[in-house]
Design a binder for this molecule. Sequence first.
Ligand SMILES: CC(C)(COP(=O)(O)OP(=O)(O)OC[C@H]1O[C@@H](n2cnc3c(N)ncnc32)[C@H](O)[C@@H]1OP(=O)(O)O)[C@@H](O)C(=O)NCCC(=O)NCCS
Length: 227
Amino acid sequence: MSETVTKVPPKQSSSLKELVKAWVRFLALVAVLPILISFRLSAAVVGRNRALESSTQLLSLFPGITGQYLRRAFLQRALAKCHHSALVEFGTLFSQAGAILEENVYVGPRCQLGLVYLERDVLLASGVQIPSGGKTHYYDDPDKPIREQGGERRVVTIGAGAWIGTGVIVLADVGKGTIVAAGAVVTKPLPENVIAAGIPAKVIRKRFEKSPESPMLGEVIPSSSAE
Ligand SMILES: CC(C)(COP(=O)(O)OP(=O)(O)OC[C@H]1O[C@@H](n2cnc3c(N)ncnc32)[C@H](O)[C@@H]1OP(=O)(O)O)[C@@H](O)C(=O)NCCC(=O)NCCS
């Protein structure tokens, strides 16, 4: 009886994948070097934030995976922190060099971000806007145009694992694990693990709350209570 041998192709080990990714990251760094140099030079003249704005406008125009790698290579060296696993999509602009993007953060297309602290595993859908708080301009002096009255910037923190829906405007902190529904405007801090919606955003329910009538999907109901 002849022996049947099925050949199994060698598995691409994850360490090989990581090695390839590290190599691509290096190539991306080489590609963005001219932009980094121009960023550093113009930062010395017009300041880091203004320089960041124009550099991210340019880098936001590169589509697909190439764009993702180029933006990350730049942001890792221009922002206060950008983890190498963070992913920033097409069309997204940054205006504050103090922004922080932690591990596995995803920033969708066409977002506009100021002074933000995006904790690990945060997801921003497309078109999310997070300026540096709601008081970027003071407006109390009736004799001066608003642009001359100064203002303040504060860090807006989006807690680990939060999901911010399409088109949301965030002016205050969002708690860990919280979901903000599409189109909402967050004007007051939101607690952890809730779902909030609307303008201004209000908590509509807790994220892991169970109602007696509707058991959670996949939940096993003991036969005595199911009868
Ligand atoms: C927040 C969200 C997850 C809630 O989903 P859900 O738990 O299935 O909630 P439901 O659809 O059952 O809605 C619950 C209530 O919230 C309201 N609601 C849901 N989404 C809302 C929104 N974006 N704005 C205002 N109210 C909303 C519903 O009308 C409903 O109100 P009711 O109880 O008075 O009828 C979802 O609506 C959402 O906005 N997801 C974001 C989608 C997105 O942006 N995707 C981008 C790709 S990453």
